[in-house]
Ligand binder design. Structure first.
Ligand code: SAM
Length: 242
């Protein structure tokens, strides 16, 4: 991956305070190749140009370091991970994380398992199913230090998907790419019903770009009441609102 383009990627990650070794750079290069190959037959991403994937998928995913210290042995769940953004990217850069990648589309889960195998990653698994169903399982409910999600749903729906998975004291971070004023109002109501509180919003531009991002950090303060999440489909169809 040591070519001119990779130089920009290296600059971007180092401006986030991340140092990658040769193995990790090689893993990112293989991940990119597999993404492009599989994208021919499975719909994984509309973004395929090398520099765009590096910036808009990889660097964007890694921007979580702005709000979380990932250098510890933490458990992290990515809900609606798609082609592995942000969860698989975070696993490559922070190998000590214990990561679960969750998606409702089985073809994408197959892709993720292939990448995990080819990159020889340990301490990461891809699971197929809906968040609303997994959240009722004992091995998943309130078991994660961090839950993340990018480009899956509005904040209210997403909170019902994600907050049930978070341990008391842990956090849910929602990756947003636009200002979220209206979404926040409705979202805050749902968040408090689910046992969380909005800790902060971190607004920034991706390194060397005008690409706006907003990470909304929600801290879990109370256990999520048993009745949440509601049955599969309802959080999207009827988001919790006053
Ligand atoms: N997070 C990735 C990204 O940023 O590129 C994928 C985003 S894609 C637009 C949304 C993904 O969420 C899809 O792969 C979809 O299958 C998954 N998804 C939507 N609702 C879900 C649910 N209730 N449980 C699990 N996955 C879900």
């Amino acid at each position: 991956m040591k070519n001119d383009n990779a130089e920009q990627f290296l600059r971007d990650v180092s401006s986030l305070g991340i140092v990658l070794n040769d193995l990790q750079l090689d893993q990112f290069a293989k991940y990119y190749e597999l993404l492009i190959q599989w994208n021919e037959k499975v719909n994984l991403t509309a973004i395929t140009e090398y520099n765009d994937v590096m910036k808009k998928h990889f660097v964007d995913s890694l921007s979580l370091v702005k709000v979380c210290n990932l250098k510890e042995d933490l458990s992290l769940l990515d809900v609606g991970t798609g082609a592995g953004f942000p969860g698989l990217v975070l696993k490559i850069a922070f190998p000590d994380l214990q990561v679960v990648l969750m998606d409702a589309l089985n073809k994408r889960v197959h892709f993720l398992r292939e990448v995990i195998g080819k990159l020889d990653l340990r301490g990461v698994e891809a699971v197929h199913g809906r968040a609303e169903d997994f959240a009722r399982q004992e091995g998943f409910r309130e078991k994660f230090d961090i839950c993340v999600s990018r480009a899956v749903a509005n904040l209210s729906t997403l909170s019902e998907y994600c907050i049930p998975f978070v341990k008391l004291g842990g956090c849910f971070v929602s990756y947003k790419s636009e200002k979220t004023l209206e979404e926040m109002e409705e979202g805050e109501y749902a968040i408090s019903l689910l046992g969380g509180v909005v800790e902060h919003q971190t607004e920034f531009y991706l390194p060397d770009s005008d690409i706006y991002r907003n990470l909304v950090t929600i801290r879990k303060q109370k256990n999520t009441p048993e009745k949440y999440p509601r049955k599969a489909g309802l959080p999207l169809k009827k988001p919790l609102s006053k």
